[in-house]
Design a protein around this ligand. Structure first.
Ligand code: N01
Length: 544
């Protein structure tokens, strides 16, 4: 970076124009009246929903909950067509929000932030982009997404492949024509289980390469009736209130009964009812201890295994699909439509690459330890460098030139998952150490955006120049995040929550597992106490 200071100065720079960056812009510009600019790599709004256009992509949160709550008219005027929102519909919704609040004028598209350095001499962030922009901003706010840095595994020979290949998170806008083709999908996480049934219907032949069998629950997707939507809209205030003060960002309520306090028949009936209802309710509304008690969890896991055996015609294929090496819910719960049924199709094969790993991608397909597979298209549904990957792509430096990447070499550290110590006036919307991905995303994003904008308003009122997390407060928070995770079953899976999918990444549980409700209370207390845990400096004190 150069040292020339004659450059445009803004109050705030925000990175990313997804759910987070869009609402942050609205708060900064339209509520607080600040000068703010969003830099966005894509050519339109949408974030994750702009990039993830793979077949079958839709959200696993129900439509009426996967939206903003901050504007009552917006909530009333938008109408969802399905129980779960499909990717194109979410994108239309976000585009509508952008139009409605005239957000695009504050967003610079096709521009990637490459560097952000805190200039101690100016108390400003100096931000650079790949388009040659250089701006100074008092606040540097990230809305970069938790699962946005796509991960294509390093498999020998990919460059020799003569067919086409795509990662689900960078899907071509014009789509991919699978008709008459031999397709291979690598990966059976959320993206894979959504894409596999759709690709199977379009392709001549589909081979699924599975490393770890996972638990997936039927979505029971369908249209929503006008009566249902009307009822929701009448009760939206109450629904949003419950959502805000819930652990997982839904209004479903928490079950109180233990899976071990009911007899086998009653337990099975409860699981059956939730299985029929579909979606996250199976995890969230059946029993209180599924996520914390291994014995309780085993009852849910065995129920799902029984469903897999019932659904799949070929016992050998069923056996390969049975998840056994981790508890149900310890990896992100998968929600599917006809996933297991897809393996009954004649044009679909399942290959276990745990026991016979992929050794090489060849010109014509791929080779595992046990066989060769000819393919025209390879789909990498292989996930993301979650939570920290998107930060590591930007050269972020705080006081004394400290690099965020180095600060996080042993795992991410930030007070409340929002503010890394040593990085004044930097805020991370749904950063590592916050509830983020363990909650329905819009409510957890709104909580962060509102916390940040209240904080910025407080700083203005009190004529404060910088706010910086105290190292001690950060350390206590990181300990608390680790302690909370250690009391759950999350630690028993090799998940991306733990960074286990990325070779060499430290094994640290990244999201906060204490719940959005508990987290919100903590943030509110901190704010009410004058932003306890932060060092606040006035202009005079920084100049002194
Ligand atoms: O990625 P994943 P995803 N060789 O990491 C396998 C959100 N999301 O894109 O389990 C072979 O979950 C890997 O195997 P294993 C959601 O939060 C939401 O599916 O590591 N295989 C796994 O099967 C989700 O959790 C929605 O052994 C390799 C798969 O690839 C997150 O995004 C939809 C491999 C990756 O699964 C990520 O989901 C989609 C290798 N080298 C995504 N590396 C909705 O709301 C990885 N795999 C609907």
């Amino acid at each position: 970076m150069t040292t020339d200071t004659s450059r445009e100065e803004l109050d705030a720079v925000v990175v990313g124009a997804g759910f987070a960056g869009m609402y942050m812009l609205y708060q900064l510009r339209d509520v607080l009246g600040l000068s703010a600019r969003v830099f966005e790599a894509g050519d339109d709004v949408g974030g994750t929903w702009y990039w993830n256009r793979y077949p079958g992509a839709r959200c696993d949160s129900e439509s009426y909950l996967y939206c903003y709550s901050f504007d009552k008219d917006l909530a009333q005027e938008w109408t969802w067509s399905g129980k779960y929102p499909e990717q194109p519909e979410i994108l239309r919704y976000l585009s509508h929000v952008a139009d409605r609040f005239d957000l695009r004028r504050g967003i610079q598209f096709e521009t990637r932030v490459t560097a952000a350095h805190f200039r101690e001499d100016l108390n400003r962030w100096e931000i650079e982009t790949d388009q040659g922009d250089r701006v100074l901003a008092r606040y540097f706010i990230t809305g970069v997404g938790c699962i946005s840095a796509g991960q294509v595994p390093e498999i020998e020979g990919l460059e020799n492949f003569e067919g086409e290949w795509h990662h689900t998170g960078a899907w071509p806008h014009e789509g991919v024509d699978f008709a008459g083709k031999r397709v291979g999908v690598i990966g059976t996480g959320s993206s894979g289980v959504q894409a596999i049934p759709v690709i199977a219907r379009q392709a001549d032949h589909l081979t699924v390469f599975q490393r770890t069998p996972q638990y997936t629950v039927p979505a029971r997707h369908g249209t929503v009736t006008p009566e249902f939507l009307e009822e929701v809209k009448e009760q939206y205030d109450e629904i949003f209130e419950k959502t805000r003060f819930s652990a997982g960002g839904t209004p479903y309520g928490e079950p109180e009964r233990s899976a071990l306090d009911v007899d086998d028949e009653e337990r099975r009936d409860i699981y059956e009812a939730a299985w029929e209802e579909g979606g996250f309710r199976f995890l969230l509304t059946t029993f209180s201890d599924i996520r914390i008690d291994r014995r309780a969890n085993d009852t849910a896991a065995e129920f799902i295994r029984s469903k897999i055996r019932e659904t799949i015609d070929d016992p050998e294929t069923a056996e390969k699909l049975l998840p056994r090496d981790h508890p149900f819910g310890s990896k992100r719960t998968l929600i599917d439509t006809n996933y297991y049924e897809t393996y009954n199709r004649d044009n679909v094969d399942l290959v276990d690459i745990r026991h016979a790993p992929i050794e090489e991608i060849t010109a014509n397909g791929l080779r595992t330890r046990d066989g060769e597979y000819d393919l025209d298209v390879i789909v990498f549904a292989t996930g993301y460098d979650g939570m920290t990957g998107a930060f590591n792509k930007i050269d972020i430096r705080g006081r004394g030139g400290e690099r965020l990447k180095e600060k996080w070499a042993e795992g991410p550290r930030a007070y409340l998952g929002l503010s890394p110590a040593g990085f004044p006036n930097m805020f991370m919307i749904t950063g590592p150490g916050s509830p983020s991905v363990l909650s329905n995303m819009p409510p957890t994003i709104e909580q962060h955006v509102e916390y940040i904008s209240d904080f910025v308003a407080y700083m203005r009122e009190h004529d404060l120049e910088t706010a910086e997390a105290e190292a001690g407060a950060e350390a206590e928070w990181v300990d608390h995040v680790n302690q909370t995770a250690s009391e759950t079953l999350y630690m028993l899976a090799d998940s991306w929550y733990l960074g286990a999918n990325i070779p060499g990444k430290p094994r640290v549980f990244m999201p906060y597992a204490g719940g959005l409700d508990v987290y919100r209370e903590k943030c509110d207390e901190i704010a009410a106490a004058g932003y306890e845990g932060y060092v606040l400096r006035s202009r005079e004190s920084v100049e002194a």
